[in-house]
Design a protein around this ligand. Structure first.
Ligand code: FES
Length: 605
């Protein structure tokens, strides 16, 4: 009898014919589950939540806490499954590779690029055949490939004469639509490449793609150097809006960083920028405006209007992007002032518009964009969730780096706190996923009440500010103490409250309930590393079955790549952008009602 094992939030489903060990099923399915002891039942790292869960073994009773056992956690190396089973793999049980793999959940796209390369061996010009070089190419392109060429880019025309003669009349031409955009000596048709760029507020991701096969050849990420001018979008808008010099400075910084990375990628992959025939760039509206040198001031002022939200196709060199001489930069359409083309790219990567049912796609960041796709509509909104989950405004907060506490467990009986830090380094501070864990554990064991007040009666809770406030001790490393303060809790409440408000308003607007949601896609760096279970526990997300969550990783980058590879998808993305309805939360009549509910914590059971 066949049965299905579904792994979430990875979104992997496998069919089995006979009862087997869960760890073996996971390994074969490519689910990167940690198994430090090699399945001997000694390390406890293969911990997963299983539904339905069988009776725990003696080893499981030794390696798991009572709380975990009652929640359905079991060890994959001690669990045999023989019927339909849902397996939730918490981030702490995933291998680094798995985390990386999630960081870009690929979608299948059939390559159909708008650009291509053609190899030509031309008859030499003679006194009896004195056609111009361009005329000769047009004739050959029509005769050999049936491609009607109408124009040639000025820069390509500039090098055409010498390239033809130096290459003995055997050249490769790069063509976009009916225009020749580049000329290279010899046969370079195999190097038909494209570059997808996801321009984020803090990071820039670049993907070198083979346009013929759709394969990603290389991915590199760099920090957005504009960070030096302000951490969030609004401070950058503010800075850029002060003077043209400032705008040029921000534009120049990001342009230089992108070109430097393009050159590095080319060097490492033994190709040249001339082989990159086209680039696609997605980003939030402000980043895109600044990158193009458009005035960004208006984005910071109500009613937050963009210069244009249409797709743009411009010569890459016009903004100094170093790719093929006459190559184009394509920018997919944006949706609204705070919902940019990166949101559209995320929707493409999640493939929500091709699915039957009701789906939500959430990209958590300083601004969290949420889309709800129902059977008839796609409605999106943007929530000002702030940088608390990036560790900002949290007393011991830090970005996710070595030594950051990323996992927290509190034993409900002894209140003993266990932590895990990135790279197992001594605890330095706490990053977003750790903050989420800590708060959710404090809610679970009752240290926090529904309004977010720390209860002074618990072990580990102590008074600060001369007794006016409280904090909870998470870890002590020598003389360094890492605590969660009452003020930190308030910051988290504002952040998670903003996200929950967005979700509730979208549900209300579409007449749906949380139980009607068939799937939730989580995108972005934070969305990739958080434990959705903990997010539900603090009320950031409504009660939705864990099996319905899928973590996509950098979905904006994956979407940009898909748009780069396929002309058809470009059309679909444009149609989708027109279909998405933008909902302004600030003017929504019941906004404050939802927000005051959203900041509360679900009462611990
Ligand atoms: Fe070590 Fe399961 S792999 S306990």
């Amino acid at each position: 009898m066949e049965f299905t094992v579904k792994f979430s939030p990875i979104g992997k489903r496998v069919t089995e014919k006979r009862p087997r060990l869960l760890l073996d099923i996971a390994r074969e399915a490519g689910v990167g589950l940690r198994s430090v002891c090699g399945g001997e039942g000694r390390c406890g790292k293969c911990k997963v939540m299983v539904r339905p869960a069988g009776r725990p073994t003696i080893i499981e009773r030794q390696l798991l806490t009572e709380d975990e056992i009652s929640e359905g956690y079991r060890l994959a190396c001690r669990t045999t499954v023989g019927k339909d089973t849902e397996v939730y793999v918490p981030p702490s049980s995933m291998t680094e590779e798995q985390k990386l793999q999630i960081a870009g959940r690929e979608i299948k796209v059939k390559p159909f690029p708008p650009v291509g390369k053609f190899f030509l061996e031309l008859p030499q010009a003679t006194l009896t055949d004195p056609k111009s070089d361009f005329q000769r190419i047009r004739k050959e392109m029509l005769g050999k490939y049936g491609v009607q060429i109408e124009k040639i880019d000025f820069k390509a025309l500039n090098v055409l004469g010498p390239t033809l003669r130096e290459a003995d009349w055997a050249i490769t031409v790069a063509v976009s639509g009916r225009e020749i955009i580049g000329v290279q000596p010899g046969n370079k048709t195999k190097q038909s490449l494209g570059m997808a760029i996801d321009l984020g507020t803090s990071k820039i991701a670049l993907y070198l793609v083979n346009l013929q096969t759709g394969e990603t050849i290389n991915i590199q990420g760099v920090l957005n150097p504009q960070i030096a001018y302000g951490e969030d979008v609004l401070s950058r808008i503010h800075y850029a809006g002060k003077s043209t010099d400032n705008l040029e400075k921000l534009k120049g910084e990001v342009g230089k960083a992108i070109n430097r990375t393009i050159r590095k990628i080319c060097r490492e992959n033994r190709v040249v920028p001339e082989d990159i025939l086209e680039a696609v760039l997605v980003g939030n509206t402000a980043m895109q405006h600044i990158f193009l040198g458009f005035p960004a001031k208006q984005l910071g002022l109500a009613p937050f209007v963009m210069v244009t939200n249409d797709a743009l196709e411009i010569k890459a060199r016009e903004i100094g992007l170093e790719i093929c001489a006459g190559g184009y930069l394509y920018l997919p359409p944006a949706i609204a002032g705070f919902v940019g083309s990166d949101h559209l790219a995320m929707l493409i990567a999640s493939e929500v518009e091709t699915k039957e049912g009701n789906f939500m796609a959430i990209d958590i960041g300083t601004n969290t964009e949420i889309a709800l796709k129902t059977r008839e509509r796609v409605v999106s909104c943007s929530c000002a969730s702030g940088p608390a989950f990036e560790g900002a405004h949290i007393r011991n907060g830090m970005r996710a780096g070595p030594g950051a506490i990323e996992r927290v467990n509190i034993d409900s009986r002894s209140l003993k706190v266990s932590i895990a830090t990135i790279d197992d380094k001594p605890a330095l501070g706490i990053c977003g996923s750790g903050i989420l864990d800590a708060v959710s554990e404090m809610v679970r064991v009752g240290i926090l009440n529904s309004s977010g007040k720390i209860d002074s009666g618990f072990k580990g809770v102590r008074k600060i500010k001369g007794g006016k406030s409280l904090e909870f001790l998470l870890a002590k490393e020598g003389r360094r103490e890492i605590t969660i303060t009452q003020q930190d809790i308030s910051e988290i409440q504002l952040a998670k409250g903003a996200i929950r408000t967005g979700i509730e308003i979208l549900l209300e607007e579409t007449g749906l309930k949380a139980r009607d949601i068939d799937g939730v896609f989580l995108a972005g760096a934070f969305g990739t590393y958080i434990d959705p279970l903990k997010a539900v526990r603090i009320g950031m997300f409504p009660e939705i079955d864990m099996g319905r969550f899928t973590q996509l990783g950098n979905a904006a980058g994956i979407g940009a790549k898909a748009i780069l590879i396929s002309k058809k998808l470009r059309v679909r993305a444009n149609q989708l952008a027109k279909k998405v309805e933008y909902l302004e939360l600030a003017t929504y009549p019941k906004f404050f009602e939802h927000f005051s509910k959203g900041i509360r914590f679900p009462i611990a059971k």
